[in-house]
Write a protein that binds this ligand. Structure first.
Ligand code: ZN
Ligand code: ZN
Length: 264
C-alpha cells in the first residue's frame, strides 16, 4: 500500500492505465481522427510533463497543510472526530466538491477561461487530453485543493487517495473509446464517464457549460449542471477559431492565456 501512495507509485499507475487506454483507442475508437495520433499527442504530453513538475514542486504545500491541520485539530473532520473510513469517504468527496467549484470558476471568470481554454481548444479528445492544461490552471487547482485540506482538515494520505482516483478517472473520461451505453449509464450513477465528459468538450457552448464534475457525477446532478446525453454522432470537439496550427503547438498553447483571442 505504501508504495502505491508514493509519487512514483502514482506515476506508474497513471502510465499503466494510459497505455491500456491508448491501446483500446485503436481497437474500439469512439471517433476515427484523421491526424497522426502520435503527432497529435506531442504538445499534450509536453503539458502533462509540466503538470507533473508543477505538482511535484508544490506537493510540499499539501503535505505541510495536511500535517498542520491534523496536528492542530483544524478543520471540520477533526472537529467532528471522524473515524479513518469515514474520513476517506468524506475526504475524497470534499476534495472532489472543491474541484467542481474550481472547474466551474475556470469557465465563469474571464481570467479562468483564458487559461482553461487550453484544455478546451483540443479538437481530437483522447487519453492524452486528460492532463492538457496550462501550468497556470494547475496552480489554480492546487490552490483549491489546499483550501479543501484546511477547511475540512483532511489528512495527507486521504489527499493522496483522492489524487490517485482523480488522475485515473481523468484518463478514463477523456479516452477516445466506444463504451456500451448501458455500461456508461451504470457507471455514471457514481462517476463521470467517458460519454458524460465528452459532452463538456462539445463545441456547442450550451453543452460545454455542463458536466463539470471531476470524479463523482453527483455534483452536476446536485447543482443543476448535468446534461445526460447528446447525440455523440454530431458532437464536435474544440473551440471555433482555435483550430489553426499556431494555436495548437506547445508554444501556442502556453501563450494562449495571454493572447486576446475571441471565441468566434
Ligand atoms: Zn472545462
Ligand atoms: Zn476534459
Amino acid at each position: 500500500m505504501e508504495s502505491v501512495l508514493t509519487d512514483q507509485g502514482r506515476l506508474v499507475m497513471l502510465i499503466a492505465l494510459c497505455s491500456v487506454l491508448w491501446a483500446l483507442e485503436s481497437i474500439i475508437p469512439l471517433y476515427r481522427f484523421r491526424n497522426s495520433r502520435v503527432r497529435h499527442a506531442i504538445p499534450n504530453v509536453a503539458l502533462t510533463v509540466m503538470l507533473v513538475i508543477t505538482n511535484l514542486s508544490l506537493s510540499f504545500s499539501s503535505a505541510y497543510l495536511a500535517d498542520f491541520s491534523v496536528r492542530n485539530g483544524i478543520g471540520l473532520f477533526p472537529f467532528l472526530g471522524l473515524s479513518s473510513w469515514i474520513q476517506i469517504i468524506f475526504g475524497v468527496l470534499a476534495l472532489d466538491l472543491f474541484a467542481y467549484f474550481a472547474h466551474v470558476l475556470l469557465h465563469k471568470s474571464w481570467l479562468g477561461w483564458q487559461f482553461h481554454r487550453v484544455h478546451h481548444s483540443e479538437n481530437a479528445v483522447d487519453v492524452t487530453t486528460a492532463f492538457r492544461q496550462h501550468p497556470g490552471e494547475t496552480v489554480w487547482r492546487i490552490f483549491w485543493q489546499l483550501a479543501g485540506i484546511i477547511v475540512f482538515g483532511i489528512p495527507l494520505w486521504v489527499v493522496i487517495v483522492y489524487l490517485i482516483f482523480s488522475g485515473l478517472n481523468a484518463e478514463l473520461e477523456h479516452a477516445n473509446i466506444r463504451l456500451n451505453r448501458r455500461v456508461d449509464w451504470f457507471l455514471r450513477l457514481l462517476i463521470v464517464t467517458p460519454n458524460m465528459h465528452k459532452v463538456h468538450h462539445s463545441r456547442d457552448q450550451r453543452e460545454t457549460d455542463s458536466n463539470y464534475s471531476n470524479i463523482f457525477s453527483i455534483w452536476d446532478k446536485l447543482f443543476g449542471t448535468y446534461t445526460s446525453a447528446i447525440d455523440l454522432r454530431r458532437l464536435k470537439y474544440g473551440l471555433d477559431g482555435f483550430d489553426v496550427k499556431e494555436r495548437q503547438t506547445l508554444a501556442g498553447l502556453l501563450k494562449m492565456p495571454f493572447m486576446n483571442y475571441n471565441r468566434v
